[in-house]
Design a protein around this ligand. Sequence first.
Ligand code: 1PR
Length: 611
Amino acid sequence: MLYLLDYGAGNVRSLANSITKLGFEFKWVQSPEDLQKADKLLFPGVGAFGPAMQSIRDKGYAEPLKQYIASGKPYMGICIGLQTLFEGSDEAPGVPGLGVVPGIVSSFSPFENDGKDKKSVPQMGWNTAKVVKTRNDGGDEDAIKYGFPDPKSGEQSHYYFVHSYRAQYQPDKHADWVLTTTQYGSEVFLSSIQRGNVFATQFHPEKSGRAGLELLRAWLSHPGTIDASKERLLLDPQQVAVPQPRDGLTKRIVACLDVRSNDDGDLVVTKGESYDVREKADAPASTEVVAEASGSSSPKRKVRNLGKPVDLATRYYLEGADEVTFLNITSFRSCALQDQPMLSLLEAAAAKIFVPLTIGGGIKDSVDPDGTPRPAKEVADAYFRAGADKVSIGSEAVYAVEELYARAAQNGQQGELDPLKFSDACLTGKTGIETISKGYGAQAVVVSIDPRRVYVGQGETVAAAHAACVVEGIKGSEDEGKKWWYRCTVKGGREDRDVDVVQLARGVQRLGAGEVLLNSIDRDGSNKGFDRQLVDLVRNAVDIPVIASSGAGNADHFVDVFANADASKPQGDGTVEAALAAGIFHRNECSINDVKTTLASNGFNVRIEAV
Ligand code: 1PR
């Protein structure tokens, strides 16, 4: 019997779903005794090294786990399940790992090329895996037995990574263990290891589309003990350690579904223009008056209905979306935990979609009608259990950054404009960003920003606090001669706040967010292309990955948003990690495959998976 070891730290539903989809059965480990009963063991570690090892020890699993591994029965670890096999990790100094593999896990460096270049940490996205080892356990000898494409074929699959720490590949220590290596920036690390019965991946096969499912199938189908003496290196271990001029990380294409109830009460995918999701005024209207994102009031028009959320999301998965995001756009009206349709929507999506899922809308502290308080973390817990990999926080992030500035002022840092320089005393540890980031890791917390341009008239001045956010129109563009800054809004653009995008982006990084989803109310639904000046402003303000959003109208707009100014550098170097679109995909104006083939023909790394 296959057992899964869950220590309660994140989304293990997707792994369970993948195993079921592949036609295998499993049980959850409930006690140390189960580890003796297991014939196959899968440890899908999520979260951080320290809490994972602590939980393994507290539950009495550490010794039985080591005995299980020593028994020769098949063991597979994923992500933290790989890292815990090492002697320790710099993420939790002094906390010993299982010590099966030599070496200490350490963090990626955000700096490259003697500090001249920067890369985002965590590594979040799809990267390749170079197969270094093969084995012959009867019949043909090839790496396909591990589930990777045959290296002789020249084919390369992409796998989904999300991690700040990695086991750096050291040829002298890891020649027996290396199965694949992966390069991020110029760092070469162990993306999977294999020796005898032990197999582990740093990436998430359960989130790696068909390539990941193939890998799981190969491991699940293997009948039993694997003999380490039949393994053979395919490549020179010293050579493997030498970084290539360019890594394999791809630009991610994210499909976004704005979800809300329509006037008949059905949960539908909708799509706005500048956040107005109702049909144009010439469509049938009623006399009821509603508040619009613009702040004005107008006769009620019908909510645009572009399809059923799970059907549409599944289509995008099959068409090659690298991630799918669901935004509950009217969540500000109610408590998310009572919004059960979003939870069941996510559960249904997670059973069919094997790429990362993000859910946003209503991730905030709230109170049930019976008075029970529901901290944001509890709301997030429910979404992670339902199958989310990341949660996206909108309005609450703005309030949290406002509070951060207020506390900085109280703590004597009122002159300091940069939130990344605010001391720890300015943190409460209680905001949703902080609590969720602490529990699930920064990579699980996305902050969705809804900025709007504020034009600055002749002779007007901008407050000093927003000086870093002022932009001037590019010569020759429709904005030539104009000047503006980007103001953040809450409640889906319905309310302006006195925080700008740079303050917000840096503020949420300080609070522990792992990624920024950067919308633009001005460009939303416009098909005019991304607001590249906004995108560059935020990309340069933070060290965490940024997803550009709003305005995509054709495949070339993705080339524009990823292109770097310096033609001597590899395409996409230093620009945003991902781009998101909604309308063009919903209306079939451009497919995800069109976007990716256009990017590939322009020299960008992308993941194109055969349908
Ligand atoms: O504030 O934490 O409850 O989160 C609410 C979430 O809902 C936020 O992420 C906010 O951006 C989103 N939201 C609220 N109202 C709307 C609306 O449209 N009326 N949608 C809304 C935001 C913007 C993008 C859109 C892109 C791409 N939608 O998600 O998908 O602009 O569109 P395009 O490619 O068609 O241009 P909280």
